[in-house]
Design a protein around this ligand. Structure first.
Ligand SMILES: [Zn+2]
Length: 168
């Protein structure tokens, strides 16, 4: 009962350029499938255009003439990151670009910290050299340029007083 009303899927009647028939099912009330129905051509065109627009939509980036931001110190890098976060949230920067920028900023920060450390070590070494002490000497022996303050007999006059204080 009712068997004769059941609609079995019909095949699209479109013949391909190679001569074979399209194997897709035809859409309701049509002899063609969704890809070959001439009545659906405007719909297919609109979908193609929308797809093309989505593909060609350019990633959000800063204008080419945007001046370089300072990145000389850790403070500069913090300021850059703070601005970048806001720009990403406003959709002004493509998230993939900001990910790349964040990664590079991390490397840059490490290099900056290392550079600052090297500068400090260089300054300390310069001071040590002016005091005739070298950082790679094993004893770190202090050799003053003027030895007039050294007690010739090697006596330490303050030593007894210091011990006495500690015994209380
Ligand atoms: Zn077809």
């Amino acid at each position: 009962m009712g068997e004769q009303f059941r609609s079995t899927p019909r095949r699209c009647v479109f013949i391909k350029s190679g001569g074979g028939r399209c194997r897709a099912n035809s859409v309701h009330a049509s002899r063609y499938c969704i890809f070959h129905d001439p009545a659906l051509a405007p719909v297919r065109d609109a979908a193609r255009k929308a797809g093309g627009r989505a593909r060609s939509r350019r990633a959000a980036v800063l204008p080419v003439d945007t001046p370089d931001r300072p990145l000389a110190s850790a403070t500069d890098i913090c300021n850059f990151l703070a601005r970048l976060v806001n720009e990403v949230c406003r959709g002004q920067i493509d998230p993939r670009r900001s990910n790349a920028a964040g990664y590079l900023l991390g490397i840059h920060l490490k290099a900056t910290e290392r550079s600052e450390l090297e500068d400090r070590v260089a300054k300390i070494e310069k001071i040590l050299k002016s005091l005739n002490v070298t950082s790679d000497s094993e004893s770190f022996e202090f050799v003053p340029e003027h030895d007039s303050d050294i007690d010739e007999e090697g006596v330490e006059p303050e030593a007894d007083d210091a011990d006495a204080d500690e015994q209380d």
